[in-house]
Design a protein around this ligand. Structure first.
Ligand code: ZN
Length: 408
């Protein structure tokens, strides 16, 4: 079809041409390859990109399909893996709306996404988006299909015209993503404190002391990168109510809130880290009980919860909250991926959801990390050593790096 520009006078044509030329993103995004691997009942989809890009992924029904939305890209994929045994019927793709394109993977059976995260480009390797999905029952599928993973907003994101001369924008320095004032502010929350000891381990180990040591280690690690500002909700053994922890983050205008904990359970053999994001409904009964335990902190100190929960309940239906929750989930999945690739033990289902009071800032991506189990002697001992805490701090810092490199 002829472009309407062909019927316009030459000067307008030139103008349209210039807009078209400038409106193209400085670096066009290429989708370079799409690979599929099967491990047990899990299928892993890896999409290689020429540069970091926002994405979102979810399931659609009739036919059952996995959808991956990306900013407008050039499709450079040579071959598509659809041979039997991978659960994939066919792969389709094309523009969805201005500024956005969609990859559609038709599946053989109902499945749900279990994790979606990014692996940034490193020495010669391309930037990757990794999506894990598993077959589910039809009823699980209907319940879980709409869950969105990724860091792309629900709103349309169109590419902004790049009219500025290149000289207007200094190249980013290699050690710093942001100038001093623009460095993201991370609020790190050491769980419990004061009258509320949190979970208890053997040999007098207390969660409140371990979380405080972890928070200080993470602060030092993050500040050491030169890329972040960090504020702790507490730097001593004091009690702070849960709503105040959220309020601290909001007053400081935080870009991210991370609450650190260490769980306890009646079965001493259970061990591994898990990452929690806010949800109106708990992902399972165990998580619901955990949220109840963590939320009890205020009751322990004999304080009443204020009316904030009521307000937050209303905000929960807001789109802004949904975007924040999506970003929290995206970050949580990054943490899970980085923990696992760095040999940090996690629960089998490591990313879970529940109504944690401390995650209820409607505008700040927030996660709660249960770094391990106080009820498991070996893990409690590990958590009390600077070496293991350094591994955790390094992995969390790496996850934050990926988050801000992709989201901002
Ligand atoms: Zn705790």
């Amino acid at each position: 079809m002829l472009s309407p520009a062909f019927r316009l006078p030459a000067t307008v044509c030139l103008f349209v041409f210039l807009i078209a030329a400038f409106a193209r993103p400085v670096q066009a995004l290429d989708v370079n390859s799409l690979r599929v691997g099967v491990q047990g009942d899990k299928t892993r989809l890896v999409i290689e990109l020429s540069e970091p890009a926002k994405f979102r992924t979810f399931m659609l029904d009739g036919p059952v399909r996995l959808v991956v939305d990306l900013p407008t890209y050039n499709w450079q994929v040579k071959s598509i893996p659809t041979e039997k045994g991978r659960g994939i019927k066919q792969v389709r793709q094309g523009p969805l709306q201005p500024g956005m394109s969609r990859v559609v993977i038709d599946l053989e059976k109902p499945s749900l996404v279990h994790a979606a995260f990014v692996i940034p480009a490193t020495n010669g390797q391309r930037h990757k988006i990794v999506i894990d999905f598993k077959p589910s029952t039809q009823s699980e599928f209907m319940k879980g299909k709409a869950k969105v993973y990724g860091n792309m907003s629900a709103r349309t994101e169109t590419a902004k015209p790049a009219f500025k001369a290149p000289a207007d924008q200094p190249p980013p320095s290699s050690t710093q993503y942001f100038p001093q004032a623009k460095r993201p502010l991370i609020v790190v929350d050491a769980g419990h404190g004061g009258d509320d000891p949190g979970a208890l381990g053997s040999q007098g180990l207390r969660e409140k002391n371990i979380t405080l040591a972890m928070a200080k280690d993470l602060k030092a690690k993050l500040e050491g990168t030169g890329r972040y500002r960090v504020q702790l909700t507490r730097s001593t053994d004091v009690f702070i109510r849960l709503s105040e922890r959220v309020a601290i983050a909001r007053r400081a205008n935080a870009d991210m809130f991370i609450s650190l904990h260490a769980d306890s359970i009646s079965r001493p053999s259970v061990h591994g880290a898990s990452i929690y994001t806010l949800s109106e409904r708990a992902s399972d009964a165990e998580t619901e009980k955990l949220a109840a335990r963590e939320n009890r902190a205020d009751a322990i100190a004999g304080l009443n919860l204020d009316t904030q929960d009521e307000d937050v309940a209303n905000i929960l239906v807001d789109l802004a909250m949904r975007d924040t929750m999506n970003q929290s989930k995206f970050f949580a999945n990054n943490v899970v991926g980085i923990f696992r690739s760095n040999g940090i033990d996690t629960l089998d289902i490591a990313h879970r959801f529940a109504g944690f009071a401390v995650l209820k800032a409607p505008d700040i991506p927030s996660v709660l990390i249960e770094t391990g189990y106080m009820s498991n002697d070996r893990e409690a001992q590990a958590l009390s050593t600077p070496e293991y805490r350094d591994r955790l701090a390094t992995a969390i810092t790496r996850s934050i790096d990926i988050y801000f490199a992709t989201v901002k």
